[in-house]
Write a protein that binds this ligand. Structure first.
Ligand code: EPZ
Length: 426
């Protein structure tokens, strides 16, 4: 675990161009989906972040080989014959649960440590289990492990999710691809990462349609029809939105490249509501701001609603705007811890359950602060770029989970950001 600290000398104006990496929340699931290919799948534009390293360990523990060269990864699952994912890995990264669906789709069984909660919420998996049971999966829990079997085989089903859960949609998708008949996932998640997964599954020989819509159909095929593929991961919309926030916060212009602008329509609309100017091209978005930041209410919702993973970043914008706004977190039950850290830098925020009332202030003061989750950590570094004086952001491990070369990319944009060992600050 790194005891590093990110140190920002503020204020610093962020301007220029930066290339975003492949999407963490797609690449992790594409790696799991490679289990269905039963051979050597190539994944491109894979980000070099710690969560990807953990998923590599999960797959190797199952018997796969995982090699990577720069941002290209080869996952060979031909020799996978184990079905167990240990607590030590699941506890480090709850997205390890994403192997549940493909293990069931390939072997009809799995044994995965139950994921715990995290700082932002309980992160239950009840919807995963209810949906998979409708496909014929039987679960038992013993000693913290979830065991899945399909004594009567996988059968297609029509399932309606009570909430468009990203993880539940993905696990059901990856199990249903070999279920006999045509399955329907209603009220499915519509995130761009779901579309990316559906595309890869079809490149492997699956028959999935409706990805990105609230209703996904999966026509089951036999396992021997599935094969490896060569797939390019989509750009990371949350990393892109994080840098765009930095541009709107300090003035910009900041251009992010390697991202489909349609992934960030809601966030870009809110940036314009806040007084920024947004321009887009085929695979880039540019943001600048000349006038004052205008307070704008934010309500997080499943895609295409405002992304919860940009909530902290936009709360920061509101905290520096000229007026009052309300930020409502509808997706996770405990994702306002960032506010407490930002208040240590002079922000004026009142939390009431799922609502945060933000009273904009003219300036922030640099201070020692701690990351509570990867998005909050990234936003605290941006706050340091706006603040007067030095900001020390602790808990850099959180940031390393989802941001590749975050410090280098910020400095490429003109930031004055360094990464030092905590000992050197004693
Ligand atoms: C994915 O988490 C992302 N993680 C999250 O990104 C993202 O915030 C989230 O989707 C929403 O967009 C990855 O893809 C690895 P959910 P996931 O299932 O799949 C509740 C980041 O910063 N729920 O859509 O876990 C759940 O507790 C991370 O990159 C149930 O109650 O999200 C949460 O409150 C953070 N029961 C809400 O639904 C279930 O069975 C949304 O969860 C499943 C979910």
């Amino acid at each position: 675990m790194s005891q590093d600290v990110i140190v920002v000398q503020g204020p610093c104006k962020l301007q220029g161009e930066v290339q975003v990496s492949g999407a963490k929340n797609s690449a992790l699931k594409l790696m799991a989906a490679a289990l269905l290919g039963q051979g050597r799948t190539c994944l491109r534009n894979v980000p070099d972040i710690s969560d990807i390293s953990i998923m590599s360990k999960v797959l190797k523990r199952l018997g796969a080989t995982v090699e990577r060269e720069d941002h290209v990864m080869w996952v060979d699952t031909a020799k996978v014959e184990k079905f167990e994912t240990p607590y030590q890995l699941v506890s480090k990264m709850r997205a390890s649960i994403s192997v549940l669906g493909p293990l069931i789709g390939r072997f009809g069984r799995a044994r995965v440590a139950m994921p715990g909660g995290c700082q932002i919420g309980a992160r239950k998996i009840d919807m995963h289990l209810v949906g998979l049971e409708k496909l014929g999966v039987e679960f038992s829990v013993d000693h913290g492990y979830l065991s899945a079997t399909t004594p009567h085989g996988l059968r297609a089903a029509e399932v309606m999710l009570t909430f468009p859960s990203v993880g539940a949609t993905e696990n059901m998708l990856m199990a249903a691809v070999t279920a006999e008949g045509t399955s329907v996932i209603d009220n499915a998640a519509r995130e761009p990462e779901i579309v990316d997964l559906c595309n890869m599954l079809n490149e492997m020989g699956c028959k999935v349609s409706g990805g990105g819509s609230p209703c996904i159909q999966v026509e089951g095929v036999s396992l021997d029809e599935l094969h490896p593929c060569d797939h390019v991961t989509v750009g990371d919309r949350i990393e892109a939105g994080t840098f765009l926030t930095g541009g709107a916060l300090t003035g910009g212009p900041v251009t992010v490249r390697g991202i489909d602008p349609s992934f960030l329509r809601m966030a870009c609309m809110k940036l314009e509501d806040m007084g920024a100017t947004v321009e887009t091209g085929a695979d880039w978005i540019c943001v600048r701001r000349d006038g004052p930041l205008k307070p704008t209410d934010i309500q997080t919702l499943p895609h295409p609603g405002f992304p919860t993973d940009l909530q902290a970043q936009f709360m920061l914008l509101d905290a520096c705007a000229q007026g009052n706004s309300v930020v409502t977190e509808n997706v996770f039950e405990n994702r306002f811890m960032f506010a407490a850290e930002l208040m240590r830098m002079g922000a004026d925020i009142a939390i009431d359950g799922h609502h945060a009332t933000v009273h904009g202030v003219e300036s922030l003061q640099g201070a020692p602060v701690s990351s509570t989750d990867l998005r909050a950590g990234a936003a605290l570094v941006l706050a340091g770029c706006f603040a007067e004086g030095e900001t020390q952001v602790y808990g850099v491990d959180h940031i390393d989970r989802g941001y590749e070369n975050y410090v280098a990319k910020l400095n490429q944009l003109g930031g004055t950001v360094t990464r030092v060992s905590a000992d050197s600050l004693q």
